[in-house]
Design a protein around this ligand. Structure first.
Ligand code: ADP
Ligand code: MG
Length: 1023
């Protein structure tokens, strides 16, 4: 898209410097025309911009376009006003200097439009803060206000600037627009009271009448009809299709409030505008003495209301003139012509002065409050060279102004350029050009210039008229080659001149001026009594415009031409102190028509604007030059020899620098104090390299600085860490020391306590003993016996012996109680039996300990094992215990298997179905057992009883169990005897046997040779 755009823009040649036949005016024109046909209105001559008015809206001023041109090198994009504006702006920022953009061209060529476009470009593209928003708005909105009051439709231009305007935009170092200042030059006041055919008064009058609110108009005494006002209808074109007064009125009203006008200001301002219209409608009649009288004083009453002056005084001032003689002041009535003159003079004066007030007021609102240094870009949009059918004093001034600006342009481009090459010693072939200094001199030279002659005539008392002025001119400058009059002209020329004309051969062409009105306009006189009235006005603006001090001064005010001349000198001074950029505006045709390219007209402009000469100088010359120091300062970073400092002579530094960057010999030249670069591309390449290098340097500096910052931070942190560490170590050490101190004291106390441990309780041992107690008790808790039979007990220290013993007892008691509580009833019975067993056998009979853990069995014979008959026989007794036994006969000791059955009341010896013997417990004498491990026991029965046969010798496997059960049932615990060696027993009454007990390998029971019963039992390991 953009490529297509640029391709389209490459129609013809974008820069005339690249034109092959650069000396040919036709080639120049061809290129201009070719581009114009494609709506490419801008073309460069080097850095100068040529613009051709398209007379139609082109889509090349959009914000997007602005963005494209922002910060881009001048020649990289198609020619544009924005490129020029941006270039000036960037240079201003980088070189920190002031600039101006000179926009020139004849009336209607597009100067004002160009200056507005540049202003808009800055407003949109410059950095802007919220604070600066107001400044920006004011800069932009000052334009419509000034245009309303200072522009008018002329034959040449529907929006022709009728004043010169130089506007400074002030930028801060960041490039933000922070303020502005406007200088205005010579407003064409005569337009207020008179307009040529096809022309209008200043826009504001029409805007007010067409757009003003009903209420406002009523208050101002105006009607909504321009035709009613004689000051608005002389050109007979109050309404123009290209101008929308109504909407412009709204813009102006809005703008006024933005640029700080309060309601009072606005009221007074429009009061004045309305007053001018009322003034224009005042009609005079002649009374019988020929003196002027106002026919209808309604207008006067309105003026008196709006300006705040008395009706009568005003009326008098408008019809009389005060003549001061040495002795007195006399009021002399004016005739009708004089009265009209006075009226118009007043209208021009109040309008002109109000315009000046307006500019000042705008300046106040644009003023930058910040006193820090600013750089500025000045925009000069001044009325262009103008030729009408009848040209008067105003055209003379305007064209003189254009001569001066052309002179400045020549000075800055052609002349100084060539002079510079010469002084710098650069080889050069001079280019011929037309220097218009001769015309400037003709106009402004002291004593001999046209202005001097005019002033002289104005000052001359008695008889000076416009025509005498013409005569004086012929006398003084009559033989000047650029001056001619009817009288001086040759036959042919004379035909084109009137008697009251003089003709100047301006740089831009011939202009014939009609001298009528020159003296008046130059004098710009306002009758003193009118001034006096105005001084008393209650309208605040009028009051500020007419200061009483003016009345006191007896000195004649400077003439208009002289004032103008000095203001131009001032302007030139302002401009020469700045770096210039040029926009040359061309008018393609005289009909304000789009798309029509009038060759003759354009060729003429190209010629008088000196564009061909400018091109030739550009072509032969160098696009860029800078003093060595400045160039070196800017680009020194591109060469290691010159960076960061070059101490030698700058020229040498430059030589090294350009050699290092690689400039080719034809690309540059070194002068005496400056370097000259032929092609912009060379400079741009250098600038690009510099920008890259700058970024690199900035990165380097940034990195260094960041490193430095971080290092500093790191040191600080480290320092802090060390400090914290130290403090903490101190804290730890102190804590440690305290602990040690405490430990020493504690240990000391401990030792002392240990030494005193056996003493009665005293201070020294109290703590120690407590510790010992505590320690013992805590240890004891860990080492308590686990069960009743566990007899271990922690050995107590001396102080705890009693306690320990008590504790031990309690502990065991508790364990025993717990144990006992846990014992079941059968087990209890079992244990009780065991206790009996223990009482009988413990320590007496071998094999006892082995039986302790073995529980006793309820019975060793079940009822099924006992014969039914036996059971029948003893059915009244409950069987408590039964066991198989071996019975040894009392005689012969024959072993016989039997069953021993114990009931509640007796013990039965049973053989199968027979009860062989019944021993009642009550009669039981005792039971004997051996001390050895045999199972033999003897039940002793009383032998006296016949029923009984004698003691019963029995053997069973569970002797402890059986004997215990027997004696418990018989309640004969104390009758059990454990005998050693041998025992006696009763065989029958009076006859005893003996049983011998011994130990041997095998258990045996037999009848020994001695007739004793021998019971051998194996030796058991006694416990
Ligand atoms: N760049 C442009 N684009 C479109 N129209 C333009 C342009 N420049 C000028 N014009 C037209 O030409 C008219 C006169 O331009 P202006 O700037 O007022 O002339 P100058 O100030 O030189 O007398 C404008 O009112 C506008 O209609
Ligand atoms: Mg203009």
């Amino acid at each position: 898209m953009e490529g297509a755009l640029t391709a389209r823009d490459r129609v013809g040649i974008q820069d005339f410097v690249l034109l092959d036949s650069y000396t040919s005016e036709s080639a120049f024109l061809d290129n201009l025309r070719k581009r114009f046909r494609e709506n490419l209105i801008y073309t460069y001559i080097g850095t100068l911009l040529v613009s051709v008015n398209p007379y139609k809206d082109l889509e090349i001023y959009t914000p997007k376009q602005m963005e494209i041109y922002m910060g881009v090198n001048f020649f990289e994009l198609p020619p544009h006003l924005y490129a020029l504006a941006d270039n000036a702006y960037r240079t201003m920022l980088t070189e920190y200097n002031n600039h101006f953009i000179l926009i020139s061209g004849e009336s209607g060529a597009g100067k004002t439009e160009a200056s507005k476009k540049i202003l808009q470009y800055y407003a949109v593209t410059c950095p802007c803060t919220e604070q600066l928003q107001t400044v920006r708005d004011r800069l932009l909105l000052s334009n419509p206000v000034l245009e309303a009051f200072g522009n008018a439709k002329t034959l040449r231009n529907d929006n022709s600037s009728r004043f010169g305007k130089y506007m400074d935009i002030q930028f801060d170092f960041k490039g933000a627009a922070v303020g502005g200042h406007i200088l205005s030059y010579l407003l064409e006041k005569s337009r207020v009271v008179h307009q040529n055919h096809g022309e209008r008064n200043f826009h504001i009058f029409y805007q007010l009448v067409e757009g003003g609110e009903e209420e406002l108009l009523r208050w101002l005494g105006l009607e909504r009809n321009c035709q009613h006002y004689s000051y608005l209808v002389q050109g007979e074109c109050a309404k123009v299709s290209s101008i929308n007064d109504k909407s412009n009125w709204r813009t102006v009203r809005k703008a006024l409030s933005v640029i700080d006008f309060n309601e009072n200001d606005i009221e007074h301002l429009f009061g004045i505008i309305a007053s001018v219209l009322h003034l224009g409608n005042i009609q005079y009649d002649a009374d019988n003495k020929g003196s002027a009288v106002i026919g209808n004083n309604a207008e006067v009453r309105w003026i008196s209301k709006l300006l705040g002056v008395s009706v009568l005084v005003l009326q008098e001032a408008l019809t009389h003139r005060k003549i001061e003689t040495r002795a007195e002041e006399v009021l002399s009535p004016l005739n009708v012509d004089q009265a009209y003159y006075a009226r118009d003079a007043l209208a021009k004066a109040i309008y002109g002065r109000t315009f000046t007030w307006l500019v000042n007021k705008i300046n106040e609102s644009l003023a930058n409050q910040d006193p820090s240094r600013k750089t500025v870009i000045g925009l000069l949009d001044i009325y262009g060279f103008e030729v009408f059918y009848i040209n008067s004093f105003e055209q003379f001034c305007i064209n003189y102004c254009n001569e001066k600006l052309q002179q400045l342009f020549i000075q800055l481009t052609l002349k100084s350029e060539q002079e510079e090459y010469e002084t710098e010693g650069i080889e050069w072939e001079p280019v011929q050009y037309f220097n218009n200094k001769i015309i400037c001199d003709l106009v402004e030279e002291k004593y001999r210039g046209i202005i001097s002659v005019l002033d002289e005539e104005c000052l001359r008392l008695g008889g000076a008229t416009d025509l005498t002025f013409l005569e004086k001119l012929e006398e003084t400058v009559g033989n000047h080659p650029h001056f001619v009059t009817h009288k001086l002209a040759n036959q042919k020329t004379r035909k084109t001149l009137e008697r009251g004309d003089f003709r100047l051969l301006h740089y831009a062409g011939e202009v014939t001026y009609c001298v009528i009105g020159f003296l008046d306009k130059n004098n710009d006189l306002l009758y003193r009594n009118i001034k006096e009235v105005m001084c008393k006005s209650r309208n605040l603006i009028v009051k500020q415009c007419f200061m009483p001090s003016e009345l006191d001064s007896r000195k004649r005010p400077e003439t208009v031409a002289t004032q103008f001349k000095s203001s131009l000198v001032g302007l030139i001074k302002i401009l020469t102190a700045k770096e210039p950029s040029y926009v040359r505006c061309l008018k393609p045709n005289d009909g304000k028509q789009a798309g029509r390219f009038d060759d003759v007209l354009v060729r003429h402009q190209v010629k008088y604007l000196g564009l061909m000469e400018h091109l030739r100088v550009r072509r032969a010359g160098f696009a860029y030059r800078r003093r060595y120091e400045i160039f070196l300062q800017r680009y020194k970073s591109l060469c290691p020899d010159t960076w960061p400092h070059w101490r030698g002579p700058p020229a040498e530094g430059i030589e090294r620098l350009v050699k290092y960057i690689g400039y080719k010999p034809d690309e540059y030249k070194l002068g005496r104090t400056k370097i000259f670069i032929r092609y912009p591309r060379t400079l741009f390449a250098t600038e690009d390299a510099f920008q890259i290098c700058k970024n690199e340097l900035a990165t380097k500096i940034q990195a260094k600085y960041k490193g430095y910052r971080v290092k500093g931070e790191y040191h600080k942190q480290k320092q802090a860490a060390i400090k914290i560490e130290t403090c903490f170590r101190g804290v730890l050490a102190r804590r440690n020391r305290k602990k040690r101190e405490w430990a020493v004291i504690t240990i000391k106390k401990f030792i002392k306590g240990f030494m005193y441990r056996n003493q009665p309780l005293c201070d020294e041992n109290a703590e120690y003993l407590n510790f010992v107690r505590y320690n013992y008790l805590t240890r004891l808790r860990e080492h308590l016996p686990k069960h009743v039979l566990d007899k271990t007990w922690l050995k107590p220290p001396a102080v705890m012996e009693t306690t320990s013993e008590m504790l031990r007892k309690i502990c065991y008691r508790t364990m025993v109680r717990r144990y006992v509580r846990g014992v079941s009833a059968p087990r209890k019975a079992q244990l009780q039996l065991k206790v009996v067993t223990s009482a009988i056998f413990k320590g007496k009979k071998e094999g006892y300990p082995q039986t302790v853990p073995k529980p006793f069995i309820d019975t060793r014979l079940s009822e099924q094992e006992i014969n039914m008959k036996v059971l029948q026989m003893i059915r009244n007794e409950r069987i408590k215990y039964g066991t198989p036994v071996v019975k040894y006969d009392r005689n012969g000791y024959k072993p016989r298997p039997r069953q021993l059955v114990l009931t509640q009341g007796a013990a039965y010896m049973v053989e199968e179905a027979k009860i062989k013997q019944r021993v009642e417990y009550a009669t039981l004498k005792g039971v004997s057992v051996s001390s050895l491990s045999d199972g033999v026991f003897v039940i002793h029965v009383p032998c006296e009883e016949n029923k009984q046969k004698g003691d019963v010798i029995l053997q069973c496997d569970h002797v402890f169990e059986t004997v215990t059960k027997l004696c418990v049932l018989a309640n004969k615990q104390n009758s059990v005897k454990v005998v050693q060696g041998s025992m006696k027993f009763t065989i029958q009454p009076g006859k005893e046997g003996i049983i011998d007990f011994s130990t041997g390998q095998e258990p045996m029971v037999y009848k020994a040779k001695n007739g004793h019963l021998m019971v051998v039992s194996p030796r058991t390991k006694s416990r």
